[in-house]
Design a protein around this ligand. Structure first.
Ligand SMILES: *Cc1c(COP(=O)(O)O)cnc(C)c1O
Length: 360
């Protein structure tokens, strides 16, 4: 039986998006970013759909271990690296690449004398001020890493953009220059571009690119949908009507009575809410597809249900199909109506939502 709220994943869309990245960065290797449970799509499902990627990147050690245990033999980079010896043991045992971004990691390395080796990505903080060493320290850190027998040579080099989705902001150009200067003359592969970097900053396309959101068919830009960029959404979020009822003009609907029906209408109740990851802050008027047609969200989003105005669909009935985002209704649009970014919506799908593979 299909549950009330479910997400359908289109693995062919994933392969299509990966091919788009190859077209945009034909000379780069692709490190597919599948952190945060594959941006909410399911870590192993996404890894399977993107198995042709040259490498994977995850945020945490345990995510990397799950991929190795599932049999993936590609390079897997752990973007947050490690903070203690036990985590380093796991990285070594499962042969995961560690991102090196903090001086405490250098001390942990220096205390090791084993013969097993680990590949590392030295992270340069070129202006984001999150992870990484500032450019003036890079040469020194690089030398220290070269002295650690535990580290595979050559050392890989990376940075991360803070503002690459702002295509008229000079920040990204400054970050690219700062990175190139900081790593000048060092052997080792280089990686800079996230999705926005791949789409908007050709000079950021070095040995490795690190697409995340675009692989899921979602645009990193606030003013463009993934479809406009030639991408296809992987996830479509669905539910169904569970009640349809007339409401009179002036009636309040939902918690707090935040919406009053301006004229007599037909109200639909849909079995999805913030308990499924539908955004609590979606505004009145947020589009919802009922039987493939756009209707408007009205009233507050509750834990298990939302209400929609069905005046344009007088024949709608309980059981009818509802789409919250995905095919036919870009998640980017729902993000705008909810004052958030699409990343948070797909990441926020809760375990109650059953994930179903598209049967093609
Ligand atoms: C999340 C992340 C990416 C991918 O970013 P998108 O905007 O989703 O393409 C790339 N690199 C690093 C270091 C990240 O943390």
């Amino acid at each position: 039986m299909i549950p009330a709220a479910y997400a359908v994943l289109d693995s062919q869309a994933a392969a299509h998006n990966l091919a788009q990245v190859r077209r945009l960065a034909p000379h780069a290797n692709i490190m597919a970013v599948i952190k945060a449970n594959g941006y909410g799509h399911g870590l192993l499902r996404v890894a399977s759909a993107l198995h042709e990627a040259d490498a994977f990147a995850v945020a945490r050690v345990d995510e990397g271990i799950r991929l190795r245990k599932a049999g993936y033999g590609q390079r897997i980079a752990v973007l947050e690296g490690f903070t203690c010896g036990e985590e380093l043991d796991d990285l070594l045992h499962y042969q995961l690449d560690a991102v090196v971004h903090d001086p405490t990691q250098l001390d942990i390395f220096a205390a090791r004398a084993e013969t097993a080796q680990i590949a590392v990505w030295l992270k340069v903080d070129t202006g984001m001020n999150r992870l990484g060493f500032k450019p003036p320290h890079i040469a020194d850190v690089y030398q220290r890493l070269c002295c650690c027998s535990i580290i595979k040579q050559p050392i890989n080099l990376m940075t991360h953009f803070a503002n690459a989705d702002a295509t008229h902001d000079a920040m990204t150009t400054r970050q690219i220059q700062a990175f190139n200067q900081a790593v000048y003359g060092m052997p080792g592969e280089r990686s800079m571009a996230n999705s926005a970097g791949i789409l908007a900053w050709p000079t950021a396309l070095t040995d490795w690119v690190r697409p995340g959101v675009m692989l899921y068919g979602i645009s990193p830009f606030a003013d463009q949908t993934g479809a406009a960029l030639g991408l296809k959404p992987i996830m479509s979020l669905h539910s169904r009507l569970i009640a349809v009822k007339p409401v009179a003009a002036g009636e309040p609907v939902g918690y707090g009575g935040s919406w009053h029906c301006p004229s007599p209408t037909l109200l639909g109740v849909v079995a999805i809410g913030y308990g499924d990851g539908y955004p609590r802050y979606a505004k009145q008027g947020t589009p919802v597809l009922v039987n493939g047609q756009r209707v408007s969200l009205v009233g507050r989003v509750s834990m298990d249900m939302i209400t929609v105005d069905l005046h344009s669909q007088p024949h709608a009935k309980p059981g009818d199909a509802v789409t919250l985002w995905g095919n036919g209704l870009p998640v980017e649009e729902i993000a705008q109506w909810s004052d958030t970014i699409p990343y948070t919506l797909v990441c926020g799908i809760t375990p109650r939502v059953q994930i179903i593979d598209e049967r093609s």
